[in-house]
Design a binder for this molecule. Structure first.
Ligand SMILES: Nc1ncnc2c1ncn2[C@@H]1O[C@H](COP(=O)(O)OP(=O)(O)OP(=O)(O)O)[C@@H](O)[C@H]1O
Ligand SMILES: [Mg+2]
Length: 370
């Protein structure tokens, strides 16, 4: 799972040939700045792979290296088995949808989508037929004559998608394509991109720093940290088996508690967290100090009177969210501010209340300190 060249069982098989994209020890330096540091991964054809990570970790640089908009300082880049490391953007069969989708402002929708095909020298009738087909795919038939300024943000985004897919590239790149959209539209366009990718079996590399978006659309996620790959796996693997504290923290609101791992017994070890003792899969984490990643729904709160052997805490925030409660609970041993969700909305714990905290062992995972 932490093997950057591995392919996942959910990914469409690559035995038909080569990975759509392969990075071998690729480095990109800008003067003294190492933006991408000897990274390697494979992207299987017909899959959507997301590069996820905090600002400045090297996501856009990685996309631009695939597109040929930047030249690698070291390593090799292969597209569909061909070494493209030294090729220019025009010589690679790749299209990119930029964060600001940059439609040509003085061209109408049809002209925007047709532009690349015309530049390839195709006949007018064929250009228009192919452009019309892609506009219909993104749900914009009837908008051919509109100017970009006469479209909503989401519609402009879809024109940008149509303009990229009409070229039928081997690889389609998206750099934070939804960042200019409001939450509702973001979900819709996100689902459209994923639907289109699956229907047409497109190979897509998608950049975001939003972990929920990454979980929702991806076959695989490559988590990046400081110019390197922190972990490469399916959404499920990253969520359930984070390789490090960093990944656990980045994927899904996990609370990280100080824990002590005891002796291994087969696959499990006794793990102590404050007064709690849990038998958990040790995941080859050696005895000693480690961290326990605890999902918000794994934090179980009870009245303090029911507190024998539990972690003692005090509710410092409580919010009613309709179908669940959200709490912040401050604890002393271990010292933590726990974010907790609770489906019981009818008997809420009040702010200031002393509570007994237990953890659902099914929804916690041990991670190495890093
Ligand atoms: N042209 C450049 N010259 C010098 N440094 C650069 C250049 N482009 C990027 N960098 C640096 O390389 C690192 C990676 O940048 P990159 O744009 O790939 O980050 P990112 O992960 O896309 O971040 P964000 O989420 O903020 O878009 C950053 O430290 C950035 O400052
Ligand atoms: Mg970026």
């Amino acid at each position: 799972m932490n093997d950057s060249t591995g392919n996942d069982s959910t990914a469409i098989s690559v035995d038909a040939g080569h990975p759509a994209v392969r990075f071998e020890d690729v480095t990109k330096r800008y003067g003294g700045v190492v933006a991408v540091d000897a990274i390697g991964f494979d992207i299987a054809p017909g899959t959507l792979v997301t590069l996820l990570g905090p600002s400045g970790c090297g996501k856009t640089t990685t996309l631009r290296l695939i597109a040929g908009l930047e030249q690698a300082s070291g390593g090799r880049i292969l597209i569909d088995g061909t070494d493209v490391t030294a090729l220019s953007a025009a010589e690679r069969d790749v299209s990119m949808v930029f964060q600001s989708y940059a439609l040509f402002p003085h061209m109408d929708v049809m002209e925007n989508v047709s532009y690349g095909l015309k530049a390839m020298g195709l006949k007018k009738a064929e250009v228009e037929a192919r452009a019309a087909e892609k506009l219909s795919l993104v749900g914009l038939s009837g908008y051919e004559k509109r100017q970009p300024s006469e479209l909503s943000g989401g519609q402009q985004q879809r024109v940008a998608v149509a303009r990229a897919i009409v070229l039928e590239p081997k690889v389609l790149l998206f750099d934070e394509p939804l960042s200019n959209l409001d939450a509702k539209l973001r979900r819709r366009v996100r689902d459209e991109i994923r639907g289109l990718q699956q229907d047409l079996a497109l190979t897509v590399v998608y950049v975001t720093h939003d972990q929920e978006e990454a979980l929702a659309v991806s076959d695989r996620i490559i988590v990046m940290r400081s110019a390197r790959v922190a972990q490469d796996g399916t959404p499920r693997e990253l969520y359930n088996a984070p390789a490090s504290r960093f990944v656990a923290d980045f994927m899904g609101d996990a609370n990280l508690l100080e824990a002590t791992v005891g002796k291994h017994h087969g696959e499990v070890a006794e793990v102590r967290v404050g007064p709690l003792s849990l038998d958990l899969p040790h995941r080859r984490i050696v005895p000693g100090a480690a961290a326990l990643a605890v999902r918000p729904h794994a934090v179980r709160l009870a009245a303090a009177s029911d507190g024998k052997g539990a972690i003692e805490g005090r509710v410092t925030k409580a919010a009613y969210l309709g179908d669940h409660m959200e709490y912040t609970v401050t604890t002393v041993s271990p010292e933590a501010e726990l974010f907790a969700t609770d489906a019981d909305v009818n008997r809420p714990h009040a702010v200031g209340a002393e509570v007994a905290v237990r953890l659902d062992p099914e929804s916690v995972v041990l991670v190495a300190n890093d």
